[in-house]
Design a protein. Sequence first.
Length: 646
Amino acid sequence: MRNVLYSLWVVVLLLSGCSYVSQGVIVDSDRYAEVAPEDFFGDTTQCIVYLDQNWDSYDSLWFYNTTQGSDLLPYNVFLNLEQPDSEKPFRSSENMRRFRFLTQRPGFDNPDGLPVGFVKDRYQGIDYVGFTCAACHTTQVNYKGTGIRIDGGGSLADMEGLLLGLGAAIQSTLDREAKFDRLAKAVLEGEYPVKKESFRNELSALYQKQKTYNDSNTPKNGDQVVHYGYGRLDAFGRIYNQILSRLTPGQPNTNPANAPVSYPFLWDVSQHDYVQWNGIANNHAEGIAGFLGPLGRNVGEVLGVFATFDLKRKKGDVGYRSSADIRNLRRLERQVARLESPQWPEKILPHINRDLAVEGQRVFLEYKCHLCHGDPKDFDRSDPKRRVIAQFFSPGLLGTDPKMADNGIDLGGKSGLFEGERFPGSRKAFGETTSAFEALSKALAFVIIEPDHDKIFLRRWAERLYDLVASAVSNPIKKPVKERHVNFKTIEIEDKGLSASDQSEMLRVYKGRTLNGIWATAPYLHNGSVPDLYELFLPRCTDAEVASGKECRSRTFTVGHREFNPERVGFVAKPATETPSLFVFDTSLPGNSNAGHEYSSGVTPILILDENGNPKCDANDVCENEFLPPMDREKRVALIEYLKTL
């Protein structure tokens, strides 16, 4: 009788539109979130709540627990690996919270209670632990004991620290016989001790692979190591290195991944014409067979987070084999298209002063914020068919740190396996060296077209055809992206007459992000160098200005704690002396500059536009600009109050 009722309930859920019954028929309202009474950062939570973002419990859990083909470590090794200096599990909630991942209680589709964004993936008969999109795109802010989980928000995760920690844990296991013996017994079970030495060799190879990865991605600027800390990752640099290193097996062919940026939020992603901070790829796939657009973006991401793949085509294959789960990546993109930005929760956080917010809207328009970030009347979070046109700006015009924009188009290496082969859709061939972006483009094209060899022939091709059609039909961006808006100029991206300098101007840029949900996305600027909205409207100061007592952006601040400051809109400032384990963000280090976007301080000039919205420039392309008057404190406070409403 119980089985009959269960089956009937599943049918009802399916008929009502719920397609995520893999998470269990009934799930907890808190989506199995684990509270932390107190951790070593001093953060506390007594309960976890979710906001209305157009996802229910099933949607969130499906997003957390759906694999994309990431194969970080063998699953049983991860489950049983100990911390370097203790017998405590590396995956313990306490340790995962130290790296600022969000911990979960066991659930129907997460029986081992992995943190948000960690999942079991099976590829070629082997179980791995890997990352889902949620690892980097789910966040939480705390306020007076309440943890507010935000789906699609930029994580505070210290991914670099986690990967270095895993390397240290494996090394200590190999170095200490008792520690190794405990792991071998847990992993091998009935095959221990017969396969103990074979397992030692496997673990040694795993350590060497992890060490090579960590060493090749060390975030250096010259001889100086600049760690990312919490809430940042050089995803582009690491993706590029995954491609370049496989082009020359056994030979060094990587670059320092030294341009970390804040994890971007995911709401509005499907509506954008360009997505990444530098918008290096457009967000529209030409036809159902197109490999650009969302699928290319998402496959590139999973190749960067430990997909298994080979860039040498096997006999009879049309592309390159990989563990990337193309079907799930398409499904995840369609899921994200429904995600809405979080609204300021007045039942938890202090009420918005609506009169002050009205004044703040006047300030918003007075300081021309809408020209770069979009008109507030267009921020309709509930319209999945709206189209968000990105406005891009040169780092020099913004006055901000150029490292990520430069690396996106300057990095390259040896062509290796690609040398002599043609670019996708072109007669041009790879030479001895290549730009990293061009190598990535070819890798993506041929990974995408190769079917999943873990599935039988008919099923893999049937799924491929279905998802190609479904993605084309459901793509909110119906028209091809054929232009790019840079420094208030419209550039036709298919213009064959663009010079090398025009190409550089078009790509060496940063995007003005949309502002709905901005309250939940601290720290600010592309590289996370400004801790809260209040400081964003202050200038970066000289030594003399700081000494004079002028109100300025912080030169250093701590990152890692979750306690929210509703007045300044960011995280509560905690001194490093009180919580030494927090990461100290130093804006004087390479790639960490907090300069730029100082319009409200009268430091960064804005371009003067004509009646058609074009910059006023002379024949030599020298454009007119102006400085806005510095905001006083009253205007800053009003503007922040208005931004809370978006």
